[in-house]
Design a protein around this ligand. Structure first.
Ligand SMILES: Cc1ncc(COP(=O)(O)O)c(C=O)c1O
Length: 383
């Protein structure tokens, strides 16, 4: 695991970036809930304007930077093993920022065809509006990725585990194609987070996480974090300010608090999801189950190499019989919540009738209670 601190991951999740508050001595990082920062003299404010953008520029205005947000960014850069990071208003802000960094009007990007639905809308609608051409490609087939490269191609955009089909892409294979063709390699790591996968180890140039999910972990904040080189993050910071995509200090603080328990939660998510996947696989009313920890096929070696610490909490499955069984099953759940989103300590499930599946974000409750709820709901279904 890549580490640019003296501590191990579990310690970094708690301590990296954190320090005694210099203003008050507060032990826990305070929420600096302020829009602007004031100065003793008019000359100091003028100096701040002149030095704006330099790393040693004092805090000026929260859209540009804030001490609570700084701590989150320092921690995330250490956890992802990158030089720098930028916290933003949502995961979607980081998707947009990653493309803004790599492509301009007249360029072309290659995107996984199995992708989160709002990211799909961004690539389908917003990129062409900015003059950026997009090809959606099955990234499970590396030959198709190579064939899609054009003279104006600038980037490959992949999800580590695709939402909601749960396909696992070969990061080493994609990086080789990116390097051979001088393309930026962008990885959306939302489904795993940095404890289970550091895409920098596989050569990613830009890594993004919807912090709304596993990083925050408690379903109480919306945010995103983009990680990469110092140079790319300074460029992204300037763009973020112009587009006004900054995170609020309170959301940054909630995400910071969530990250301190990220390793504990990811171990529990992975353990519970593995148990549920195994139970569903053996259930006679279940048609199929997709979970990276119980691979069907030739992907076992790839998955062991990419996710040695566990495969996280996301799985999907289908129920035998008529399509209406998806809603019948969902309505029979007693404990598990019917909700979109993922990475929460609560187990959440959503029927995706358009994909013919139920997507489950397995939470951190007791494994026995999760399995019991799925079993009793399945019992109510006739196939
Ligand atoms: C894989 C993936 N990427 C990005 C996002 C966008 O994140 P946010 O909802 O924080 O904008 C999501 C949201 O579900 C997601 O699942």
């Amino acid at each position: 695991m890549k580490n640019n601190s003296k501590w191990n991951f579990d310690t970094n999740a708690i301590r990296a970036g954190e320090h005694r508050d210099p203003a008050t001595g507060a032990h826990n990082t305070p929420i600096y809930q302020t829009a602007t920062f004031s100065f003793e003299t008019s000359e100091e404010l003028t100096d701040a304007f002149v030095n704006f953008g330099n790393p040693d520029c004092p805090n000026l205005y929260t859209r540009e930077g804030n001490p609570t947000i700084d701590v989150l960014q320092e921690k995330m850069a250490i956890l992802q093993g990158t030089e720098s990071s930028l916290a933003m208003a949502s995961g979607m802000a980081t998707v947009a920022a990653s493309i803004r960094l790599c492509a301009k009007a007249g360029d072309h990007v290659i995107v996984t065809d199995k992708i989160f639905v709002v990211s799909r809308s961004f690539f389908l609608d917003e990129c062409p509006a900015m003059g950026i051409e997009v090809s959606f490609v099955d990234m499970l087939d590396l030959d198709k990725v190579r064939d899609a490269i054009q003279p104006n191609t600038k980037a490959l955009f992949a999800e580590t585990i695709t939402n909601p089909q749960m396909c696992v892409v070969d990061l080493t294979g994609l990086k080789k194609i990116a390097s051979d063709n001088h393309l930026s390699f962008i990885v959306d790591n939302t489904y795993l987070g940095p404890y289970l996968l550091q895409p920098i180890e596989f050569g990613a140039d830009l890594i993004l996480d919807s912090a709304t999910k596993y990083l925050s972990g408690h379903g109480d904040a919306v945010g995103g974090v983009l990680c990469g080189s110092q140079k790319l993050m300074s460029e992204a910071r300037a763009t973020m300010s112009s587009f006004g995509q900054c995170i609020s200090p309170f959301n940054a603080w909630l995400i910071l608090r969530g990250i301190r328990t990220l390793p504990l939660r990811m171990r529990q998510h992975s353990k519970n999801a593995l148990a549920l996947a195994k139970m569903l696989k053996n259930h006679d009313k279940v048609d199929w189950v997709r979970y990276a920890g119980t691979p069907e096929s030739n992907q076992t070696e790839l998955i062991e190499k990419q996710f040695p610490q566990g495969c996280g909490g996301m799985l999907s499955f289908n129920i035998k019989g008529e399509p209406g069984n998806l809603h019948r099953f969902m309505n029979a759940l007693e404990m598990v919540d019917i909700a979109t989103s993922l990475g929460d300590v609560y187990t959440l499930a959503a029927a995706r009738v358009d994909y013919g599946l139920i997507r489950v974000s397995v939470g951190c409750e007791d494994e026995k209670d999760i399995l019991a709820d799925f079993s009793q709901a399945l019992e109510t279904i006739e196939v």
